[in-house]
Design a protein around this ligand. Structure first.
Ligand code: ADP
Ligand code: MG
Length: 444
């Protein structure tokens, strides 16, 4: 009954799930056998295994029981040999082969794969979106726009998309570009009169990955050319993935027509990691680097305010080096000692300055501007948010808050806070902005 059983089960799941979810997560599963009362299945990597365990295992089990009441478990294995098929028009492939097509996958960092990406509540939406795009390029979410703060895994994820696509089909032409590299190539092409070549090159790409797109904002010619590149790829059904440190609306100097295109597809955010995710990342990185990291030290580091994963990794490496150079095992004392200047215990009370710093940082404005009385929109809202957070997260009074904002009187502060309290109710974007900033202030 086995193989039929799996086919029947898949049919039911296909009806229960939306098309994208089904084709990303269920379709690629390899059915192995039913052993006793357990269904054995395999998937291509640990990322997918974890994802299915978290999100689909219960559903699969419930539906399996309806077909055969004896089933009482599912066992998921990883099997690297499983490859997914990428649906590409046969004609198209042939045409490209005839065009003397070579594999010109560019600049992708082979280290940044899905199997090395630890997912937790802070990044799982972005990770799932990335995986879905890697499995169905140019069919579901186009463009995919991933945004999040520095060091939270954007570059890792966008490269993972590239690596996964190449792994599945070597014929797909994937190119990774930082915005700087895109800009530099453009400038050189203009300078040496090679614009046709530049345009042809981008037109022949199947999947274009553009990292840190905020850097092209404010650059008129680069935006113009990127706009045309975007359109020609989009119109020929090619996948575009873009990362940025900010939500499209918040990128200063970004042309309206680009912003609106970024909002055509799916926008996924990466939030700073919670304690469990930090701990899982540390443990995985320690293992990769052959560092013996006791659990209590991993926990200690996870509880620190560091939310930038690159920084977290950096400290881990330093602790590892210290331990190996002094031939002493890693301990909390050692970690505390090495990080004494940086680690602030998470129970430290927040100050108005902390909040002003984070809010200014988030909106890319100066602290002096947030304290000023300038009434331009891109300062007024951050200022109101900062005051609102000061009231929420510190025990300071209205006059004290006003004092820290260039000596405003308490009625101005009350007005600002009321305004946010009112808007937050029906402005989901404002809500999520405030949540993002709060997360960086209260990392646990
Ligand atoms: P960003 O581009 O957002 O600034 P990166 O992608 O460069 O951040 O990530 C910084 C470092 O942290 C990289 O070494 C990356 O591998 C690592 N990293 C980030 N997120 C994760 C994660 N979820 N799991 C494992 N490593 C991660
Ligand atoms: Mg990056």
């Amino acid at each position: 009954m086995s193989e039929n059983f799996w086919q029947d089960l898949k049919k039911i799941l296909q009806k229960k799930l939306n098309k994208q979810h089904y084709s990303t997560w269920i379709e690629p599963i390899k059915f192995d056998e039913i052993e006793g009362n357990t269904i054995n299945i395999s998937v291509s990597n640990k990322f997918i295994k974890d994802w299915i365990e978290k999100n689909y295992k219960d559903l699969i089990l419930i539906e399996a029981k309806k077909i055969s009441r004896d089933i009482d478990g599912i066992n998921i294995k990883t099997d690297k040999t499983i490859k997914k098929t990428f649906k590409k028009d046969k004609e198209e492939v042939k045409k490209e082969e005839n065009n003397n097509f070579k594999n010109t996958n560019l600049n992708i960092n082979p280290e940044y794969t899905f199997s090395k990406f630890i997912s937790g509540s802070s990044n799982q939406f972005a990770a799932a979106a990335a995986m879905a795009v890697a499995n169905n390029p140019a069919t579901i979410y186009n463009p995919l726009f991933i945004y999040g703060g520095v060091g939270l895994g954007k570059t890792h994820l966008i490269n993972a998309i590239g690596n996964e696509i190449i792994k599945n089909n070597k014929k797909i032409k994937v190119s990774y570009y930082s915005s700087e590299k895109f800009t530099n190539e453009l400038i050189n092409s203009i300078r040496y009169g090679k614009m046709d070549e530049f345009r042809n090159k981008f037109r022949s790409i199947d999947v274009l990955l553009i990292d840190d797109v905020q850097f092209i904002a404010g650059k008129e010619r680069t935006q113009e050319e990127f706009f045309h590149t975007f359109n020609s790829l989009y119109e020929s059904h090619k996948q575009i993935v873009v990362t940025s440190d900010k939500f499209p609306k918040e990128i200063p100097g970004l042309e309206e027509r680009l912003r609106s295109r970024f909002e055509w597809g799916l926008i996924a955010d990466i939030q700073p990691p919670d304690i469990e995710t930090k701990q899982a990342i540390l443990e995985a990185k320690a293992e990769q680097n052959n560092i013996i990291l006791p659990q209590e030290v991993a926990l200690f580091l996870s509880n620190s305010v560091i939310s930038n994963i690159r920084e977290l990794e950096g400290y881990l490496v330093r602790i590892g080096a210290y331990s190996s150079l002094t031939s002493t095992p890693i301990s909390i004392e050692m970690a505390k000692n090495i990080l004494k200047d940086i680690i602030i215990e998470s129970n430290k009370e927040l100050t108005i300055e902390d909040i002003q710093k984070k809010v200014s940082n988030h909106f890319n404005i100066k602290i002096s501007e947030i304290k000023s009385s300038k009434r331009v929109k891109n300062l007024v809202i951050p200022r109101q948010i900062a005051m609102y957070l000061c009231r929420q997260l510190t025990s300071c009074s209205y006059p004290e808050i006003g004092d820290h904002f260039g000596g405003k009187d308490h009625s101005t502060v009350i007005h600002a806070i009321k305004k946010i309290e009112k808007n937050i109710e029906n402005d989901s974007y404002l809500r999520s902005t405030i949540k993002t900033i709060k997360n960086t202030l209260l990392p646990s």
